[in-house]
Design a protein around this ligand. Structure first.
Ligand SMILES: *[C@@H]1O[C@H](CO)[C@@H](O)[C@H](O)[C@H]1NC(C)=O
Ligand SMILES: *[C@@H]1O[C@H](CO)[C@@H](O)[C@H](O)[C@H]1NC(C)=O
Ligand SMILES: *[C@@H]1O[C@H](CO)[C@@H](O)[C@H](O)[C@H]1NC(C)=O
Ligand SMILES: *[C@@H]1O[C@H](CO)[C@@H](O)[C@H](O)[C@H]1NC(C)=O
Ligand SMILES: CC(=O)N[C@H]1CO[C@H](CO)[C@@H](O)[C@@H]1O
Length: 511
């Protein structure tokens, strides 16, 4: 395993200097059936937060305490009422698929037990609207919005009891919607959810402990992130087993989990930094992927984290191993890694210290600046997943460029980003990666977890001061539509689109 890891590092280093080949391409260069879509999640778009029987999630609580830069999802972009309008825009744009998530506390307000008929009806309406426009629904069951009722009752994800409640919730979703939904992600990016929510305390449910994180009132940064991921993996495996036993044969669908990934590059050619880069992959990707593929955490994690990371029993290991049909890959940016051995001597440790690797360009990653365009980073991730995990089917479930929300409708940097990154996916596919779909984040400007409405990733701008919350297309929506409809894309095409865009009065482009 060590030698293998080392060889992979060499591969990654080589990738870092590889030239991007796919500069001019069209969707017909991708294998037939390759799906292009766009994504959002429930709390970020729905609004109607206390309407029709929905109860708060941990994200509502977080936002109402002011932690999302003072913004909340009470109204968001009101997709709950505007889903027909949004699906129409998706159809006009030419999306093959729309990825959204279900609000657990809208469907089952107490977290378990009675269904909310209005909640069932909303998701039926949305799914039917998508299907009738020829758009595949891809559904995430949980995206950082656990019902607050379960958090209050027993601590939510830190308690093993969550496995049973999550499985019952998933059962409801498969039963009610599985005749029309073929792609399921159980839990969104458990790795960064656990680090953000239980180590640094910057996302719901804001657990952390001194000296880590900021001002949390409860938590244990040294152990809770590992416990939470363990419980998420067990909940995922349990829901996945249920799906495979009870539904898959008649519904013909697929189930997976999504993993937040960084492109990882060693900042020098030293063996120490290369090993640190490998640890970064083991801690971020391996934490989730190794149990799913091999039935256990990476050796290096067990060694460095010790008893703070729960051990799988034989039974659990068997349950988790193989409990997926595909990986959802989430990718935005690439980090340069330096070895940080001193940290391991510290008495108190958390995830960031355990990994013993410094991210050299961290400043850029979580603030509201634009991401640098390093498409080879995504190509490297896809190559890594292919080589390390036996080339499983992959859907890129999130990728996109962030800009200041209200800076401009002419979002050239998003167009350049998407052009480069979709090209890198093509390069990876051409080199054998079994990647089968790509979802840009996000379909429209949404509530972002850390900075509320300050930054945006959307194809559509939504003016929050406009009582109608009118959707206004950005340059990137024209670019993606052109691509989705089979047009070839190249840097020249961007210039042409930009010229056309500037000449347009808004809203008449799609005809
Ligand atoms: C933490 O709490 C202290 C004292 O209430 C406050 O001054 C500080 O601004 C808080 N820090 C953050 C990042 O919220
Ligand atoms: C690593 O070594 C290669 C080949 O000697 C060199 O081209 C490259 O610049 C080095 N990279 C770094 C980050 O030092
Ligand atoms: C292409 O795939 C081969 C076989 O897996 C691998 O050795 C090679 O490094 C890959 N090339 C790139 C550019 O990823
Ligand atoms: C830009 O506008 C011209 C003139 O209407 C049209 O021929 C061309 O197809 C447009 N380009 C794109 C990429 O839509
Ligand atoms: C507050 C603000 O700047 N609003 C602007 C956001 O962008 C739209 C579209 O460019 C403008 O119409 C708003 O005035």
């Amino acid at each position: 395993m060590k030698t293998l890891s080392f060889l992979l590092i060499i591969v990654l280093l080589n990738l870092a200097v590889a030239v991007l080949c796919a500069d001019k391409y069209s969707r017909y260069d991708f294998p037939p059936g390759f799906v292009f879509g766009s994504a959002t999640s429930a709390y970020q778009v729905e609004g109607a937060a206390s309407e029709d029987g929905r109860t708060p999630s941990i994200w509502d609580t977080f936002a109402h305490c002011g932690y999302a830069n003072g913004a909340t999802g009470d109204v968001a972009v009101d997709q709950y009422h505007k889903y027909k309008e949004d699906v129409k825009l998706m159809a006009e744009m030419g999306l093959d698929a729309y990825r959204f998530s279900i609000s657990w506390s809208r469907l089952i307000p107490n977290g378990r037990g009675l269904l909310n008929p209005k909640g069932v009806q909303y998701y039926n309406n949305l799914i039917n609207e998508l299907v009738s426009h020829g758009i595949q629904p891809h559904v995430t069951l949980n995206n950082a919005d656990l019902p607050q009722a379960l958090e209050d009752e027993y601590g939510g994800w830190i308690n093993r009891r969550i496995v049973k409640d999550f499985t019952a919730y998933a059962d409801v979703c498969f039963r009610e919607f599985g005749d029309r939904v073929s792609y399921w992600i159980t839990v969104n990016e458990p790795n960064v959810f656990a680090i953000g929510g239980y180590d640094q305390g910057v996302v719901p449910p804001r657990h952390c402990s001194s000296p880590f994180g900021v001002n949390c009132t409860r938590g244990d940064s040294s152990s809770e992130p590992y416990i939470v991921v363990h419980n998420i993996l067990l909940a995922h495996a349990s829901a996945s087993r249920l799906y495979k036993r009870k539904y898959q044969e008649k519904q013909n669908g697929f189930i997976g989990i999504s993993i937040y990934t960084f492109g990882v590059v060693s900042s020098t050619n030293s063996t120490e930094d290369a090993m640190a880069a490998q640890r970064m992959n083991d801690f971020y990707i391996g934490w989730i992927a190794n149990p799913l593929v091999f039935g256990d955490y990476p050796d290096i994690m067990k060694k460095l984290v010790g008893t703070r990371i729960p051990a799988f029993s034989n039974h659990e290991s068997e349950l988790v191993k193989g409990s997926f049909d595909y990986f959802g890959v989430i990718h935005y940016t690439t980090c340069y890694i330096q070895d940080d051995p001193g940290s391991l001597a510290l008495k108190q440790r958390d995830f960031n210290i355990d990994v013993a690797a410094k991210i050299m360009n961290m400043g850029d990653i979580f603030l509201d600046s634009e991401f640098p365009i390093y498409p080879w980073g995504l190509q490297g991730v896809l190559e890594y997943v292919k080589q390390m995990y036996g080339n499983p089917p992959v859907y890129i479930v999130e990728n996109g460029q962030r800009i200041r929300r209200n800076s401009t409708l002419e979002d050239t940097s998003r167009v350049e980003y998407l052009h480069a990154y979709i090209g890198s996916v093509l390069d990876a596919v051409r080199n054998g990666s079994d990647t089968r779909g790509y979802f840009s984040w996000s379909f429209l400007d949404v509530l972002e977890i850390l900075d509320g409405y300050r930054s945006s990733f959307g194809f559509y701008y939504v003016d929050l001061d406009d009582p109608d919350l009118k959707r206004q297309p950005k340059l990137s929506s024209y670019w993606y539509s052109h691509f989705l409809k089979g047009g070839s894309v190249s840097p020249d095409k961007v210039i042409e689109l930009k010229t056309n865009f500037s000449a347009l009065s808004h809203g008449h482009f799609f005809h």
